[in-house]
Design a protein. Structure first.
Length: 131
């Protein structure tokens, strides 16, 4: 094993693991989160990145956050004012389709109440929905 001085110079296992994580771009301080599958009810603990923005705390997460901020600046997230996206006014054709769909729905309710065949109305509703 060597002398006490040689052993004291050896790095701690924690430092070795952190250096390996940094060299591979993996979070140094992952946060364990329990994920529950709603279908089976089983749970699994999943480690998610800490999301640190300071390189002194977690260099890989800080680099990832920096890259994200750079991409956001490129796409215009740094603008002084937010761009305003106004929806277009509905066209005459869209208004007609909405009116026709409402009429078909009323016809379907009447057909169900009177016990009539619904198939032609449902087929018409499907065509209007596709349009």
């Amino acid at each position: 094993m060597g002398t006490r001085a040689e052993r004291s110079r050896l790095p701690l296992a924690r430092h070795v693991v952190e250096a390996a994580a940094v060299s591979h771009g993996v979070c140094v301080h992952p946060v364990p989160v329990r994920r529950i599958d709603p279908e089976t009810g089983g749970s699994v603990v999943v480690d998610v990145p800490c999301g640190a923005t300071l390189e002194s705390k977690c260099p890989p997460c800080a680099q990832r956050a920096r890259s994200l901020r750079i991409a956001q600046c490129r796409t215009g997230w740094h603008l002084e004012t937010e761009p305003v996206f106004e929806p277009d006014d509905p066209t005459h054709h869209q208004i007609e389709l909405a009116t026709l769909r409402a009429d078909l729905e009323a016809a379907l309710v009447r057909a169900r109440a009177e016990g009539l065949d619904e198939a032609p109305i449902l087929a018409s509703i499907q065509r209007v929905e596709e349009a």
